[in-house]
Design a protein around this ligand. Structure first.
Ligand code: GLA
Length: 492
């Protein structure tokens, strides 16, 4: 048995699957989409400072994840070492600085011999790599003493999150068991460190991680890499829709609609501590219209995907701030019920397709999302019968007999002037003072959620028992609505 495991078993460290993390989908920022292999200490610490100064941290965005390209291979003892040019002060120094800002740090590797950008991978090195991440700051040249030193240094906090990719896996996939074993090896190694490390599996939906990963990981990627394109076929993302359930080449350049139309099949697999990951956000990276970026963010929140920003925060513009900082939408992502919305229907129209999603929120509220995938604006509607179909088909659900108030979660979107104030560092312009209210997680978990503009948007109407919710939806846009039962039917 690993020396460290023996020690930790002796002091009763919590085991495994219940690592207590990601009770709601993780929020944060990742280096990859904007910086790829140009990532370095400066880029990362600049982003971390901006997460704080722009108020993202207060809203719950707390993980700063270093993606691929951080390492310089292994030292003579077999331990991974950081690239000294990118990290002249080491990654433990970056970790310390990120922690000093009240944030958490994530690292990346692959369950293969190489990472996707062909840096050293972790297959066969799981224990050493997990130990070194949990203990960074130890001189790993003292190979024989490492386990003991790690135990001694556990109080010096280090890595909080691992994104674990799937490249160069030596063909150890093709059945759920092969993938499970490969990912479970790292899951066990992470648990053996005794340090709670959020485990974010990135195998692009191969072998159906929604079936095998929930007991070993906190989230799992559902499909190939998301591009900043709304809806386009791309030869690099060959699997469509149902192919996504058993895709042999998940690829990259997957459009937002492609990824969503694959993810709709397994909403029930998501629950507290275990989430479908539709990939990192492309909001603010160019390529999407304002409506498309708004829809992307809304869908990811309603489907309970982790929300990892990837935009350049030093250059953030006002519309990007007002999307990523919409606390009414973040409250849906972070709702304590932890249920993903379900696609209740889909219809093809002349210029695309339209869809309706619905799901439960805490306190008996309901999220309704009308998605207009078409290229022209249209009036859309959803009956209470369809909205509550999962609670009882054909209008048999008790909720259908209630009257509901309807709140537009984008109705309270902050103005460009407010966002401009945030960019200029005027924290007083922020629409909601989370620290004063006890912190983001406390605010989002209130039941019922207060009907403030910041948390529920604006009330746009009501719907009678057995009635229909209506909205005008722009091209590639959404209406994201929160329904709250009226207190009594007398109010009708
Ligand atoms: C894969 C992952 C991406 C990113 C790159 C890094 O493509 O899916 O999210 O981590 O590797 O090389």
């Amino acid at each position: 048995m690993h020396l460290l495991s023996m020690f930790l078993a002796g002091i009763g460290v919590v085991n495994a699957l219940e690592n207590g993390l990601a009770r709601t989908p993780q929020l944060g920022w990742n280096t990859w989409n904007s910086f790829a292999c140009s990532m370095n200490e400066t880029v990362i610490l600049d982003a971390a400072k901006k997460i704080v100064s722009l108020g993202f941290k207060d809203l719950g965005y707390n993980y700063i994840v270093l993606d691929d390209c951080w390492s310089a291979g292994r030292n003579s003892s077999g331990y991974l070492i950081p690239d000294a040019q990118k990290f002249p002060n080491g990654i433990s120094d970056v970790a310390d600085k990120i922690h000093a800002l009240g944030l958490k740090i994530g690292i990346y590797s692959s369950a293969g011999t190489l990472t996707c950008a062909r840096y050293a991978g972790s297959l066969g090195h799981e224990e050493k790599d997990a130990a070194v991440w949990a203990s960074w700051g130890v001189s790993s040249e003292f190979n024989l003493l490492l386990d003991i030193l790690v135990v001694g240094l556990l109080i010096h906090v280090q890595i909080d999150y691992l994104k674990y990719d799937n490249c160069y896996n030596q063909g150890e996939e093709g059945t759920p068991k092969l993938s499970y074993d490969r990912y479970n090896a790292m899951g066990k190694a992470l648990n053996d460190t005794g340090r709670p490390i959020l485990y974010s599996l990135c195998n692009w939906g191969s072998d159906g991680p929604w079936n095998f990963a929930p007991t070993i990981a906190n989230s799992w990627r559902t499909s190939g890499d998301l591009s900043n394109v709304w809806d386009k076929e791309d030869v690099n993302c060959p699997c469509a829709e149902l192919d996504g359930l058993d895709c042999k080449l998940p690829g990259y350049h997957c459009s937002i609609m492609n990824v969503v139309n694959k993810a709709v099949y397994y909403p029930s697999k998501a629950y507290a501590g275990a989430w479908n990951d539709l990939d990192m956000l492309q909001v603010g990276n160019g390529g999407l219209t304002d409506d498309e970026a708004t829809s992307h963010f809304s869908l990811w929140a309603a489907l309970k995907s982790p929300l990892l920003m990837t935009n350049v925060l030093n250059k953030i513009d006002e519309p990007t701030i007002s999307i990523l900082q919409n606390t009414a939408v973040l409250a849906v992502s972070q709702d304590p019920t932890g249920s993903s919305a379900i696609r209740m229907w889909r219809h093809y129209v002349d210029d695309g397709e339209i869809q309706m999603y619905s799901g439960p929120l805490s306190g008996g509220d309901q999220i309704v999302l009308l998605l207009n995938g078409g290229s022209s604006a249209r009036d859309m509607n959803a009956t209470l019968t369809d909205i509550f179909w999962a609670n009882g088909p054909k209008g048999t659900a008790s909720q259908v007999r209630s009257a509901w108030d309807v709140y537009d979660l984008w109705g309270g979107r902050m103005s460009n002037a407010t966002a401009q104030g945030i960019i200029q560092g005027e924290s007083s312009t922020r629409p909601i003072d989370m620290p004063k209210l006890g912190g983001a997680s406390k605010v989002y978990s209130q039941v019922p959620l207060p009907a403030s503009k910041a948390l529920m948007g604006t009330k746009v109407g009501s719907v009678k028992a057995s009635g229909t919710v209506k909205a005008h939806v722009r091209p590639h846009g959404v209406a994201m609505l929160r329904l709250r039962a009226q207190k009594s039917n007398d109010e009708l």
